[in-house]
Design a protein around this ligand. Structure first.
Ligand SMILES: NC(=O)c1ccc[n+]([C@@H]2O[C@H](COP(=O)([O-])OP(=O)(O)OC[C@H]3O[C@@H](n4cnc5c(N)ncnc54)[C@H](OP(=O)(O)O)[C@@H]3O)[C@@H](O)[C@H]2O)c1
Length: 329
């Protein structure tokens, strides 16, 4: 007798990380139902055997219908760059509230809810003192506060199903556009260090974050909060520079931009309109003017056996090849 692969619900599947999670779930033999919006660009889902359904995550009844017949959810949808606190709360907290209560209505106790959160929910961590799951949370941005609020919704809910939270640090990889300017500058032989306080940051390839999500889904005993890091834990600026050099096959020189200059630019962007202020606003300044964004993924490895396949050098190399293939570079 052949067993029917379980149906997994996925939000955010049209985005960078979510589309890699869809790939990982399909490769593991799951059926996947993806919640999309009428406005979603489905280019990363186009060739995949997934069921797409238009769901308004602000509507609890729509969330109930979305989850009906599923036994697990990866809630990856999220606002990563918004104009104000409200936009993050609306995009990151409200859908979680609705999905948590919808799941309670339709699921059995053996179901699993995985929330893709962020290191930002915890707040900074340095190379000397990387962020750990048991630390108190001190988010320093509106984005981080909304991700922490979403975590609390899930953790404090009175439900019986399994709850897992994955907190990735900075993600890069094929399909991501955030790292495009960095890799583009590197192909011209340059990179920029913003400010001089940050000593290190964790970097994870989106494909590894997707593999970690699958590992958490498969490991029935995994529950609670998990960070993820690659085998290097955190990278200094010099190491990022070296990894960029490996990817582009040439020496990459670094320009240091002092925080004072950035503050002036951040002040000016307020006058320059929405696009510029999304790029350099007070929250972005807080992100930069901190000791680092390093987290320790040991608990994830211990509980699930997950080990990242990529380092920054190999991941940047693949990402660069992807950008070239897409004609983005
Ligand atoms: N990228 C990183 O460095 C990073 C690091 C840590 C954590 N994360 C988390 O990973 C998740 C995915 O991020 P990403 O980098 O893949 O971002 P992304 O490419 O911008 O994808 C975001 C996804 O969320 C969906 N979405 C956003 N707001 C929504 C809403 N109100 N209702 C329904 N769907 C909504 C988007 O749908 P549309 O296609 O319709 O816009 C898209 O599918 C987020 O939860 C983010 O907080 C990302």
């Amino acid at each position: 007798m052949t067993s029917v692969p379980s149906l997994v619900a996925l939000t955010g599947g049209s985005g960078f990380l979510g589309s890699h999670i869809a790939d990982a779930l399909l490769a593991a033999g799951h059926r996947v139902r993806v919640a999309v919006r009428t406005t979603s660009n489905l280019q990363w889902l186009a060739d995949k055997a997934v069921e797409t359904v238009v769901v308004d995550l602000a509507d609890t009844d729509a969330c109930v219908e979305f989850l009906r017949g599923t036994s697990s959810l990866v809630h990856c949808a999220g606002v990563v760059s918004g104009p104000n606190e409200n936009s993050y709360q609306r995009g990151n907290v409200l859908p979680t509230v609705n999905l948590v209560s919808a799941a309670k209505k339709v699921w059995q106790d053996d179901a699993t809810f995985i929330l893709i959160s962020s290191l930002a929910a915890h707040g900074p961590g340095s190379l000397d003192k990387p962020a750990l799951e048991d630390d108190p949370c001190r988010p320093i941005t509106a984005y981080g506060r909304s991700k922490r609020d979403a975590e609390k919704v899930l953790l404090e809910a009175e439900v019986e199903y399994r709850r897992v939270i994955l907190r990735p640090p900075s993600l890069y990889g094929p399909r991501d556009r955030e790292f495009l300017p960095l890799l583009k500058a590197a192909t011209m032989g340059w990179t920029v260090r913003l400010g001089n306080r940050m000593t290190g940051l964790s970097l994870v390839d989106g494909r590894d974050a997707a593999a970690a999500t699958l590992a958490l889904l498969k490991t029935a005993t995994a529950s609670g909060i998990y960070f993820i890091s690659d085998r290097q834990l955190g990278y200094t600026w010099r190491e990022v520079q070296t990894a960029l050099g490996t990817a582009v096959g040439r020496t990459v020189r670094r320009v240091d931009v002092p925080l004072g200059a950035l503050r002036v630019a951040a002040g000016l962007t307020g006058l320059l309109g929405r696009e510029a202020s999304l790029l350099l606003n007070p929250d972005r300044m807080r992100d930069i003017d901190t000791e680092g964004w390093v987290c320790d993924g040991s608990r994830l490895t211990r509980d699930t056996g997950f080990v990242a396949r990529h380092t920054a050098a190999s991941g940047f190399t693949d990402t660069l090849a992807f950008y070239r293939k897409q004609g983005w570079l």
